[in-house]
Design a protein around this ligand. Structure first.
Ligand code: ZN
Length: 217
């Protein structure tokens, strides 16, 4: 124990969060919402005191085609103000799929079935990839494997889009998902920034998958 207070959550409760207990008592959820508080047209409700973060996350959720949001409706999102250690919420020892420590890094957490976001990764799209959509990609990958495995491990993920995507098929899937949202790149894109066209060219099977999921009624 460091004696520090747990980080303050800008809590988000998933659609079925009402029935889903997060077992760790130290998780600083600020409020539980009832199901009627949750509009049907969004994947999650973001309850947060940081109105800019809430607005931004919700705007990102709205970019996700509705059929994909339906697949992801159980996924919760927790947005923390600080990237200091988040006591108790996520394991200190656990690593993310790309090998970083879970308690310092925005990531999709299988155990919580939730996206953990830190404020530093919110509202950012300049010069880097959209972290939230990348993590949504991981969540989608996991949910398509019925929360038993990552579907990316079983399908042809194509040619790695970048160094990060080359780490493993799950990172490729998440990067491709994020890139699938970008119709065109900025003038000087970062090496981690990809467009829909790049995904189509380098990861055609993933492109087809996202297209078909996005169009499902
Ligand atoms: Zn990742």
């Amino acid at each position: 124990m460091t004696g520090k207070k747990p980080a303050c959550a800008i809590a988000i409760i998933s659609r079925n969060g009402i029935g889903r207990e997060v077992t760790d008592a130290s998780l600083p959820i600020t409020k539980k919402l009832s199901s009627r508080d949750i509009p049907l047209d969004i994947m999650h409700v973001v309850k947060c005191y940081h109105s800019k973060a809430k607005t931004w996350i919700e705007s990102q959720i709205r970019r996700i085609p509705f059929p994909i949001r339906k697949i992801l409706r159980e996924v919760g999102v927790y947005c923390f103000r600080t990237d200091a250690s988040v006591d108790g919420t996520v394991s200190r020892k656990r690593k993310t799929t790309d090998g970083r420590l879970s308690c310092h890094t925005s990531h999709f957490n299988e155990e919580l079935d939730a996206i953990i976001l830190f404020a530093k990764d919110v509202c950012i799209e300049e010069g880097t990839f959209n972290m939230f959509l990348h993590e949504v990609g991981h969540a989608l990958d996991w949910h398509l494997g019925h929360k038993k495995f990552y579907i990316s491990e079983y399908i042809d993920c194509g040619e790695p889009l970048d160094e990060h995507a080359a780490l493993n098929p799950r990172e490729q899937f998440a990067q491709a998902f994020e890139g699938w949202f970008r119709l065109r790149k900025r003038l000087n894109p970062s090496e981690f920034e990809h467009s829909k066209e790049d995904v189509k060219e380098k990861a055609p099977e993933l492109y087809k998958l996202f297209q078909s999921l996005g169009e499902k009624p």
